[in-house]
Design a protein around this ligand. Structure first.
Ligand code: FE2
Ligand code: FE2
Length: 532
């Protein structure tokens, strides 16, 4: 008889151990913190046959309710992460859960109405309001691997399976729940650690990228806006229940990858020279130099004209005048005197050159063939410097800059600019991304790819460009066009930006389905701080 009893007891232990092991595996496999908390509560109630329970997590000096279950009252709250609008419990000896959090000791009370030493006004109040009767209570600390209490599990009203009556919590079950709590606490801590690592990585990326953006006043919020806009587009795609995008869905993980790709997309700009990135006009910082050169040449011609006039008026040899009155004149006489007419026409030529350069420097001016020819003719003009050497009014590099048809960048500078994607790829290849974020670098490097294969750096085509990269491309272009802080132009109106993007869709560069959704759902209006 004794043998049979031991065997049953042994079988029960094995069953509980197996049960615990499978609970432990299930807990450690759960990646959603709310579901994990809910699972802890279900399992603890199942093991002890408890009618109700509350799971608290430590937040500073308080215990915050995360899960509330009451089978009799049909109350199940917190499992979807919703806030429970009940006040937190102070971690103090006065309250039983506070006491457990403070001392890390379990408390097992057969009947709270008869127990002393704790403030049970809360459960009593609840009972008075609902007609429920709180009787037996088991309160267990959730301790992590560092023996720190990270939460408290409070189970109420153990039910006798045979009679259905409320009974005290069995001391044997208390041990099992304590083991379960340890497993739960470790699973929770693991999740928190992973979350902390993810947060740290995300914050680190954001800090670095913000620092890069801050290098140029023209790009200060670009990365953040692209990331936000991409996220908003994805969330709108999730709302589609018909049409070509209805089959796509961004769950939490897919959304995280997209947002991270948005943050990373221009990280290679850290290596782009600021003089290229911030180039505001065709000549930009070269313009004052070119103008100074023209002004110098102009002054020399005016000086020559002055001498020429003096010579004519006085009917004396220029040489004598030069020797006798040189001190009275503001400029030295030119080596050889030109006639008045030549000087005047040179002065006019230089003055019109000055005006032309200023006009052509403005990126709003389109450089057509006629203007280009005029500028090329300017580069033929030379002047003699103080050192006696002959210089062109415009160097070949300056001519190349000022004859760029559209925008401000020469082919060479555009190549440097486009290289930011290649550098982004190189930089990101050095970072050990988590499995979850593994696709982010690849997607980040596709934001300048166009569906027609004419984008860069790889010239990917159609299906080779995933949905995420197509979203990034639209977010990137929209922000580049509308940002009021771009170097070469004022922010464009939304209407005009959408028009240009519409052309890009027609040309087969941008995804028409995403663009339709973007316009139909006015995604830009959902950006924080949007004027609309
Ligand atoms: Fe870019
Ligand atoms: Fe960008």
């Amino acid at each position: 008889m004794n043998f049979i009893k031991r065997s049953e007891h042994f079988d029960e232990i094995v069953r509980q151990l197996e049960n615990l092991a499978s609970i432990g595996i299930a807990l450690s496999a759960e990646k959603d913190s709310n579901k994990l908390l809910e699972m802890i509560m279900y399992e603890a109630r199942r093991v002890t046959n408890a009618d109700a329970g509350t799971l608290y997590l430590v937040e500073g000096e308080q215990l915050r309710m995360k899960i509330i279950h009451n089978k009799t009252m049909n109350t199940f709250r917190g499992g979807k992460g919703e806030e429970i609008d009940l006040p937190p419990v102070p971690i103090s000896r006065e309250y039983v859960s506070g006491y457990v959090a403070l001392t890390a000791e379990a408390v097992n009370i057969p009947d709270v109405y008869e127990a002393e030493g704790f403030d049970f006004s809360g459960p009593r109040k609840y009972d008075a309001m609902t007609g429920y009767r709180t009787r037996s209570m088991l309160v267990i600390p959730l301790k992590n691997h560092l023996e720190e209490v990270i939460g408290v599990l409070q189970l109420l009203n153990a039910i006798d399976e045979e009679t259905g009556k409320i009974i005290p919590f069995d001391i044997g079950y208390q041990t099992i729940v304590q083991s379960l709590s340890s497993l739960a606490a470790i699973a929770l801590t693991n999740m928190q650690l992973i979350q902390e690592i993810e947060n740290l990585f995300e914050s680190f990326v954001q800090v670095i990228v913000t620092a890069i953006d801050a290098q140029t006043p023209y790009n200060a919020t670009h990365t953040q806006q692209v990331s936000r806009l991409s996220q908003l587009i994805a969330l709108e795609i999730n709302q589609e229940d018909s049409g070509p995008l209805a089959k796509e869905f961004f769950d939490e993980d897919r959304l995280k990858v997209l947002v991270m790709a948005g943050w990373l997309h221009d990280i290679g700009k850290v290596a782009t020279p600021l003089k290229v990135m911030n180039k505001a006009t065709r000549l930009d910082e070269q313009l004052p130099l070119v103008l100074a050169r023209i002004d110098y040449a102009l002054q020399k011609e005016r000086n020559a004209l002055l001498w020429s006039i003096l010579k004519k008026n006085r009917q004396i040899s220029a040489q004598n005048e030069l020797l006798g009155n040189a001190d009275l004149l503001p400029f030295a006489a030119p080596a050889s005197l030109e006639d008045e007419h030549t000087c005047k026409s040179k002065i006019e030529l230089l003055k019109s050159a000055r005006e032309l350069i200023i006009r052509a420097d403005d990126p709003a001016t389109f450089i057509d063939d006629e203007l280009k020819e005029k500028l090329e003719a300017l580069s033929e003009i030379t002047f003699t410097g103080e050192d006696g050497k002959v210089y062109p009014l415009l160097s070949p590099a300056e001519l190349a800059s000022i004859t760029v048809a559209k925008g401000t960048l020469t082919d060479e500078e555009r190549k440097i600019m486009e290289d930011h994607v290649v550098i982004t790829a190189k930089m990101l290849s050095k970072l050990p991304f988590t499995k979850k974020l593994a696709r982010a670098p690849e997607l980040a490097c596709m934001h300048h790819e166009h569906l027609d294969g004419k984008g860069y750096p790889k010239g990917l085509k159609g299906d080779e460009i995933p949905l995420e990269a197509r979203i990034l491309a639209i977010a990137d272009i929209y922000d580049a066009l509308t940002a009021s802080d771009r170097p070469y132009k004022k922010g464009m109106s939304v209407e005009n930006a959408l028009k240009i993007m519409g052309f890009m869709v027609k040309e087969g560069k941008l995804d028409s389905d995403i663009m339709n959704l973007f316009i139909r759902r006015k995604v830009w209006e959902k950006l924080p701080g949007s004027a609309s």
